[in-house]
Ligand binder design. Sequence first.
Ligand SMILES: NC(=O)c1ccc[n+]([C@@H]2O[C@H](COP(=O)([O-])OP(=O)(O)OC[C@H]3O[C@@H](n4cnc5c(N)ncnc54)[C@H](OP(=O)(O)O)[C@@H]3O)[C@@H](O)[C@H]2O)c1
Length: 326
Amino acid sequence: MSFLAAFIYTQFIYEPPVPTESYKGKTVIVTGSNVGLGKETCRWIVRLGASQVILACRNVEKGKLAAADIQATTSCSSDTLQVWHLDMSSYASVLAFSDKVKAELPRLDAVLGNAGLRTTVFRQTEENEETITTNVVSLSLLGFLLHPILHKTALKYDTQSHFTVTASELYELANFKERKGPTGQIFKTLADKNKSRMTDHYNVSKLLIIFVIKQMAAMSPISSSNVIINCVAPGFCHSELMREQDGPILHVVKKILCRPTEVGARTLVYGASAGPESHGQYVPDCKITPTRGLTVGKEGALLQNRVWGELRQKLEGIRPGVTSLS
Ligand SMILES: NC(=O)c1ccc[n+]([C@@H]2O[C@H](COP(=O)([O-])OP(=O)(O)OC[C@H]3O[C@@H](n4cnc5c(N)ncnc54)[C@H](OP(=O)(O)O)[C@@H]3O)[C@@H](O)[C@H]2O)c1
């Protein structure tokens, strides 16, 4: 199916099923959960019986408003929901968050790496353009930091835990011209304001995170880790993602095309309870689907290796040893 045909099918024909898989007794972290898909994902997971849901947000006040709304609509007990600070544009914040998880959570069944940014304005955070820091480097760092805790929970409770990332169908449209640059310079080129094509950065970030998920899964087979690593894509949904591009035209386009946020969130809930067959896989619309475009064949494998080589260096520079997985 072409990208356009798949888009039409997703937006107008197919509706992801209402999630029914139980989250009873589970502890789940959802990043970027004060609004949009993250918030609706928390609402579903609470309804499905989770004991504890951590809303990991950069604005704690907004997170508390979201928690109050979820509590009001689900009648869950007040201690089911907690709001913790996490700013994905700062490595220090990601490290502090993971230290708090280690210190305070007796179990961790799923991490939904959902926080994401779409912008056409170049801003530097850490050593990268902000989209790349938020959607790729910090997200990978978080996954590697929390993987050992997911692994411990899986062993202790004889279960399988999940690291699930919100990717996007738009990875397929990434032009990613930075890949044509010299060896070892992909992230450096993406961080160069003068060479950046910001209209492509969001799509590139979603392509890179698919490479990371494939890589992490290959490094950590379920047979030894019991941690299922996958990524989902929710379709084009109502949310605040395009807040910087807001205007009357976008408003009309969204009205015609977008899925309700709650419907898109079902795909995240599915991913974080999907079976071992989803390990390392791209799961749009609750269906395992082979990735296409720049991820395919020998070229795709080579590109994944290059991206991983550069990213690994960055992650090891932030927290030495972090990329050694069980
Ligand atoms: N909506 C869609 O059509 C669509 C399609 C495919 C994939 N996605 C993906 O779905 C995920 C959720 O997006 P959404 O559509 O629900 O958009 P949204 O309503 O804008 O939500 C994005 C969330 O990410 C948070 N976030 C952004 N930068 C952050 C940072 N530096 N640190 C911590 N949190 C940060 C936002 O917090 P603030 O409110 O504080 O900014 C917000 O909670 C994203 O990864 C997005 O790429 C969305």
